[in-house]
Design a protein around this ligand. Structure first.
Ligand SMILES: Cc1cc2nc3c(=O)[nH]c(=O)nc-3n(C[C@H](O)[C@H](O)[C@H](O)COP(=O)(O)OP(=O)(O)OC[C@H]3O[C@@H](n4cnc5c(N)ncnc54)[C@H](O)[C@@H]3O)c2cc1C
Ligand code: FES
Ligand code: FES
Length: 1335
């Protein structure tokens, strides 16, 4: 940082080391400082908005008043360094390291298999570590709570929670605990009917180092001295554009507020920070009274409690818990309501940063606390140089009415919350896309006071969040109801009145208009019931209770700590001890993941003269580019160049993919140009200054329906057919037709696309470091863009922080874009996509429109099916044609339908181009099949499971594309799934539950699966390896697969270890690169371990054969001796290995072929509970039975299954991309795109690997990377089952259309009732909605 005068020194500690920053810049955030200035790269960037937890670190502060040290987690991406004066920061590097000592948190997370790609792992470590610093023996609930703000896209969370649970006072890992016998205590279990030995231990707790909380580093004494210094003074930090002032005491703060009335007070910075980062707010001065003693206190009186504005929401939570424990219940209703929302508001990090004062003043329209505070008659204590005053925290304040506001020179000192009273009820209600860490879709704070001893309303208050630009008060409604009795008539009038008063226009921002209208009255109804129950409790004779069937409507779903059992085949006791194959070996990089020492691309140290790249993307879906004016951008400091299509030396449009837009843009988010500058901040600032003039072009095609209207397709139709479909329809009992919409999905890999492109001095060589699944593709595109041969381009992939298909084709395009910039500027280019850009540019899973016509007999036998698939491919070919081929080929799933036809076409639209995604079309396509099965069941009065059973493949058969297979493992998975999950008994129990509960319904569903591995094009199935044995006996393995977190390298080490008959410790696997293994196929399609395993095996066997004569001569020799001898005998100790690939073929003209090397079978069963009033659901239990054949590494395979299942579950339920009618993607970060968190996973999650034979694959294993994804649909269909039960009870027996995802909105609006009937509806032809579906 350049030197600036008059700036104080900023002093804080990082991992015990003192940091003195002489020129602290208020615009610099801790995450940047750690990564780029201190080079502590263990802390990761993933979203920059506080929403993912990848950047979690621990902050510790000494409180001179209490003389205690306070440790708390924060998201470093929202912490300005200037706020850290006097604080101690601990990063993952400070917790432990391979170089020094691994901390038990790191060790256990690794050994419990809680890491896959490892990108989230440092954040997970920090969250658990911080919890342990405060609670050395936490409860399981505390573990779950501590992890609520940390996203993981790979593992499905179960092993992460489990690693945390190992610190709990008693081991709570096993769900059988309490039944007297713990499954973990048994080494082996006899589980299946065929008496296979099954194991349940994926790790050995005995290997864990003990955890000794007294061994943690001490708080730096110097910081204690600083905190206690009686001569403290005001601190000023001056940056290049802004000044940060920390007042020394309250008077000083008031002085500053008078001098700089417009300057924001920075407390947690969780409201101001995101506004600066994402909404381009600018403040020249910040005032930060963080730590000012006068703002931190709790003052409890007989009437209420006053809480200092500086209290974080976590401290508020603790204070309220204390008060609740002290005061009689009737006084604490407001506190209880606040506590309920405090549990789910954001994640632990944000709750520890955000303050009460900041929350109250920032007044977000989604605020969870303000509506309750207002309903509880809270007041705000203000102070300024003029003196003190109180203002009510009421409707006028929340609606930002100017006369009710604080004045610009005023500061909030505290908030007073009065006790509730006897005939007084206060509640907080909320529904969000996900239970925790998600803004409310609608929330409310409500309170009612009755005339003593009666149910006559004396005072009523209702405040709603997320129904308009501010929290709103339904004051007129409340006024009109005063004096009324609390009865059904009052409720009915209240609903009518409130709907009149709170009007959400049909085109309102945020969409979901009818849903939000319904929620306004559904939440009111919940409050009504709660109050009636409360009155009844106070005087049962006077006030009748609510119907028993309504009781379950009162409570939200509890947050439980997940648990479950994982079962897998035990290793043959005769297998040599050294042979790791079949054992649950820890991920090769797991410890490095958890210590933050695993290097991802942006963790690589700066390269001399490197430049940063920022993108300028199209804001129009289809338009002519009239002008690109880069002059203003080029004039900014630090900017080196702006790169456009003109600068591409080779092909700018290669295989239909355009690198830089030229003349016209074809989607919002297309790269038009890039800016290269000395820092990312400069590049980004300049990118905003590039002016592009467009002229809109017609047509603008966004949805599949629009594409069909315009006949806009990316490729020809793909079709398979068997039997005579038309003829069969003539002889069936019934025919049904339907449509299924399945929306898309964002990959949300935790590491965004990151590329380092380094031009070399000689021979036009270019080196690229990037996380990709397909290096050959990158090489090919870069070669095309630069117009140089591929042999000049070297791609290196150490690891990727998750990929899920999103790093198959897109890195090629982004690689070309950055290589062109590197070529033009002559500088190395560091290109890290921000989360928002990544989501916008790289797109994801194809949305699908499925149409079906099904002919069947009354007994449930399906005779004919005619299926049509249309997917939204976006603006360029990418892999859409291949996705459609896969979709069509796999469309029959597990069912034999004698007359079957499936046709499909990818549509060309003006959206960013959709691409590969785990499951490659299967998770979308097969929903259509399961939907028609469910529809048939409903028509035949059978359960869906019965219809599945009736139509499932039963014996050696041929698929619709005429490939023979034996479905025996499918039958076994299905049978065991139903039996072992006690499906029938639980189904009956759910029906009983449903009879007794009107507003909550349970549903169960089981889905069978026949999935495929490998590619229908044989040459895609090839792989190569290169194995070197060095003279000390150590072995270096390289192969064509990329490590994406799926444990591929770990399995390859296991293979090499078995083949060479040496311990794993001899074998190293460094990276994947194009210089060691050329022309590698993609690491995708679940075949990474299959094909690379064969190649590695081949190489090892060649070497072993070469060594054989040496070994024979000295059979008792050591490996090292044999190697030494072999060298002396001039035996080559290096070889390539090759796997030609599975011989597959597909003739699309005939629609037949042996398209896939083999099938993977599985089944899953899920049980959910649905809240019909809000649309929320809770996943109670899931059982998965997956045909793993023989698992090379059960920990890795179970990890893949669980992770894919949770990703699938997210896809089918809460993950929802929002597009404007003009094709603009709104959802560009974790704030508005919700992937599952730890609270979404099944409360009970059981996974069993079912054994079978698969001689074609290495060690008779199967590829399991993707198959679990579709099993997530058991949750979708369980929701469907629950919703159907609700509808039946309401007299709606007709089949209803089910789409995916089954969001809270969809669930609520399908559970039709008096409230959905009551809301105003708008004529769709009279307005343009805020968002549209694109499927
Ligand atoms: C990832 C994330 C998730 C979130 N999830 C939720 C959620 O689920 N529910 C929810 O309700 N909220 C949520 N929030 C919002 C969060 O509650 C607020 O941002 C937070 O409470 C603001 O507090 P702060 O201390 O960080 O304020 P700051 O950002 O520091 O300040 C905010 C504003 O308040 C003013 N201010 C602060 N203190 C005072 C004072 N003492 N006197 C006068 N003015 C003051 C500042 O001038 C500024 O204008 C979330 C935020 C993030 C980043
Ligand atoms: S990077 Fe900070 S929370 Fe996501
Ligand atoms: S291991 Fe958690 S994101 Fe990959």
């Amino acid at each position: 940082m350049p030197s600036l005068s008059n700036s104080d020194e900023l002093i804080f500690c990082v991992n015990g080391r003192k940091v003195i920053e002489k020129n602290a810049d208020p615009e610099v955030y801790l995450l940047f400082y750690l990564r780029k200035i201190l080079h502590l790269t263990g802390t990761k960037y993933s979203c920059g908005s506080g929403g993912c937890g990848a950047c979690t670190v621990m902050v510790s502060r000494y409180d001179p008043k209490t003389k205690k040290i306070h440790h708390y987690p924060v998201t470093a991406c929202l912490v300005p360094i200037c706020s850290l004066h006097g604080a101690a920061v601990t990063t993952v590097e400070g917790v432990g390291s391979i170089k020094t000592r691994i901390h038990p948190v790191q060790e256990r997370l690794a050994k419990c298999h809680g890491t896959q790609c490892g990108f989230c792992s440092p954040g997970m470590v920090m969250s658990i570590y911080t919890l342990l610093r405060n609670h050395p023996e936490p409860t399981p609930e505390q573990i779950t709570e501590a992890l609520g703000g940390n996203l993981c896209r790979c593992t499905g969370y179960r092993p992460i929670v489990e690693s945390g649970k190992t610190f709990c006072a008693e081991s709570t890992v096993c769900q059988m605990k309490g039944s007297g016998k713990c499954c973990m205590d048994q080494e082996e279990k006899s589980f299946t009917s065929r008496q296979e030995k099954m194991c349940t231990k994926l790790y050995n707790e005995d290997e864990f180092q003990p955890f000794d909380p007294t061994q943690e580093p001490i708080f730096p004494p110097e910081l204690i001295r600083m905190a206690e210094d009686p001569n403290k003074r005001r601190l000023t930090f001056r940056g290049k554009r802004t000044t940060w002032i920390t007042p020394v005491n309250l008077n000083d703060l008031l002085e500053l507020k008078t001098s700089f009335p417009e300057a924001p007070i920075i407390m947690g910075n969780t409201a101001v920070g995101p506004s600066i980062k994402f909404r381009d707010e600018f403040h020249p001065v910040f005032i930060s009274p963080l730590g000012l003693q006068e703002l931190y206190f709790v003052d409890s009186t007989d009437d209420g409690v006053t809480i200092g504005a500086g209290y974080s929401l976590a401290q508020l939570n603790d204070a309220l818990h204390f008060i609740v424990s002290e005061q009689p219940k009737e006084k604490t209703k407001t506190y209880h309501a606040l506590l309920k929302h405090l549990r789910t508001l954001a994640g632990a990090q944000i709750r520890n940063m955000a303050t009460l004062g900041g929350h109250v003043v920032s007044r977000p329209n989604y605020s969870d606390l303000n509506p309750i505070l207002a309903a509880g008659n809270a007041t705000i204590n203000l102070i300024s140089k003029e003196g003190k005053r109180q203002i009510p925290l009421d409707g006028r304040f929340l609606e930002k009415s100017p006369e009710a506001n604080l004045k610009s020179e005023e500061t909030v000192l505290s908030v007073y919350i009065p006790h509730s009273t006897q005939w007084h009820f206060v509640s907080g209600l909320r529904i969000a896309q996900r239970q925790e860490n998600a803004f409310a879709i609608v929330n409310a704070g409500m309170s009612v006071k009755f005339e003593d001893g009666t149910d006559t309303i004396k005072e009523l208050q209702m405040f709603y969040g997320s129904v308009g630009p501010t929290v709103v008060s339904a004051s007129k409604t409340c006024q009109q109801l005063i004096g009324r009795k609390w009865n059904d008539q009052m409720l009915s009038d209240a609903c009518r009145l409130v709907l009149d008063e709170i009007y959400i226009p049909p085109d309102a921002e945020g969409g979901m208009v009818e849903y939000r209208r319904t929620l306004i009255i559904s939440l009111l109804f919940k409050f009504y019931l709660k109050v009636r129950r409360g009155l009844n409790k106070m005087d049962p004779h006077k006030f009748p209770d609510i119907p028993e069937k309504f009781v379950s409507a009162l409570e939200d779903f509890p947050i439980e700590t997940p648990q479950g059992i994982q079962m897998f085949q035990c290793v043959d006791p005769h297998q040599p001890l050294q042979d790791p194959v079949g054992h649950p070996v820890m991920h090769q990089s797991a410890i490095k993941h958890t210590t933050g020492e695993a290097v991802f691309v942006d963790d690589m140290p700066p390269i001399s003269q490197e430049l940063f790249l920022a993108v300028v993307t199209s804001t129009r879906a289809h338009a002519k580019i009239i002008l690109i004016d880069t002059s203003a951008a080029l004039a900014l400091p630090g900017v080196v160049d702006v790169i456009t299509a003109e600068d591409v030396p080779g092909d700018n449009s290669y295989q239909g993919e355009i690198f830089y837009a030229q003349n016209e843009v074809i989607c919002v988010g297309q790269i038009v140009c890039t800016v290269a500058a000395d820092t990312y901040a400069h590049a980004k600032e300049a990118a905003k200054k590039v002016r592009i003039v467009y002229e809109d072009l017609e047509p603008r095609i966004i949805t599949i329906e629009q594409a069909l209207e315009h006949n806009s397709f990316l490729s020809a139709e793909k079709k398979i057919e068997q039997g005579d479909v038309e003829q069969a329809f003539k002889y069936v009992d019934q025919i049904i037709e339907g449509k299924v919409h399945v929306e898309g999905q964002e990959h949300f890999y935790m590491e965004t696309q990151t590329i380092l492109a380094i031009p070399q001095e000689e021979d036009k060589e270019m080196v690229l470091h990037l996380g990709t699944q397909f290096q050959t593709h990158v090489q090919e595109y870069v070669a095309a863009a630069l117009n140089i041969p591929r042999n000049r381009i070297a791609c290196h992939t150490k690891r990727a922080g998750g990929a899920f298909g999103g790093k198959v084709s897109k890195p090629a395009l982004l690689g070309a874009v950055s290589a062109v910039a590197a070529k033009k500027t002559g500088h190395p280019i560091r290109f890290i996509l921000e989360r928002g850009d990544d989501m916008l540019i790289t797109a994801g899973r194809h949305p699908l429109l499925g149409k079906y016509k099904i002919g069947f007999m009354n007994n449930g036998v399906i005779k004919a099916a005619d299926i049509e698939y249309y997917i939204n491919g976006g603006c360029s070919p990418d892999e859409s044609e291949l996705v459609m081929e896969f979709m069509v080929l796999r469309s029959e799933n597990a069912y034999y339908i004698p007359n079957f036809r499936c046709r499909g076409r990818p549509c060309k639209t003006n959206l960013p181009s959709n691409t590969a995604f785990r499951g490659f079309g299967f998770p979308q396509g097969i929903v259509v099949g399961e939907a028609y099965i469910t529809a048939v069941a409903s028509q035949c009065d059978l359960t869906p499971e019965q219809v599945k059973e009736i139509n499932m493949y039963k014996r050696n058969s041929r698929t619709a594309h005429k490939q023979t297979f034996n479905p025996e493992p499918l039958r076994r998975c299905w049978k065991e799934c139903l039996e072992k999950s006690s499906f029938s008994a639980r189904k009956l129990a759910a029906e009983e539950f449903n009879k007794k509960n009107y507003w909550k319904k349970r549903g169960l569903a089981a889905v069978p699966m026949k999935f495929t591995v490998g590619m229908p094009t044989a040459f895609y199935n090839q792989a190569a390896a290169l194995v070197h044995i060095y003279l000390d006996g150590s072995v270096l393995v390289s192969h064509s697969g990329c490590e994406l977190g799926q444990g591929l390298h770990t399995k390859m080490i296991q293979v090499a270890s078995r083949e060479l008959n040496i311990p794993e410790s001899y074998i190293h696997l460094s990276e994947t690169n194009t210089t060691t293994v050329s022309n590698a196929t993609f690491t995708a399609g679940s075949m990474g371990a299959d094909i690379n395993g064969k190649a590695v095996q081949n190489a090892c066997q060649i070497l072993k054969a070469r060594l054989e004569p040496v070994i024979r001569k000295n059979p008792r020799g050591t490996w090292e001796a044999w190697i030494s001898e072999a060298y002396k005998e001039s035996i080559s100790l290096s070889t390539t290995g090759y796997f030609k690939g599975y011989q597959t073929n597909m003739d699309w003209k005939k629609g037949e072929g042996n398209a896939f090397p083999y099938f993977v079978y599985g089944a899953s069963c899920s049980e959910v509970e649905v809240d019909c009033l809000t649309g929320a659901h809770k996943l109670l239990r899931t059982d998965i039975f997956m045909d793993a054949a023989f698992s090379i590494n059960p920990a890795v395979d179970i990890g893949q299954i669980e992770g894919a299942f949770v990703q699938g579950m997210g896809f089918y339920t809460i993950e929802e991309l929002k597009y404007s009618p003009e094709g603009v993607l709104y959802s560009r970060g974790p704030d508005d795109y919700k992937i599952p968190t730890v609270t979404e996973i099944p409360e009970e999650f059981n996974v069993t690997l079912v054994c079978s034979q698969n001689p074609i694959a290495i060690y008779s294993s199967k590829g399991l990377g993707e198959a679990g994804m579709f099993l997530g649909s058991s949750v979708l269909f369980a929701i469907y089952d629950a919703v159907a039960a609700a509808r039946r009870e309401r007299g709606l027996t007709k089949t209803f259309t089910l789409s995916s995802p089954a969001t809270p909105e969809l669930i609520r609006m399908t559970c039709v009732d008096q409230f959905t009937d009551m809301i105003p509806r708008d004529d769709p032809s009279t307005f343009t909605p805020w968002s549209i579906h694109v499927s």
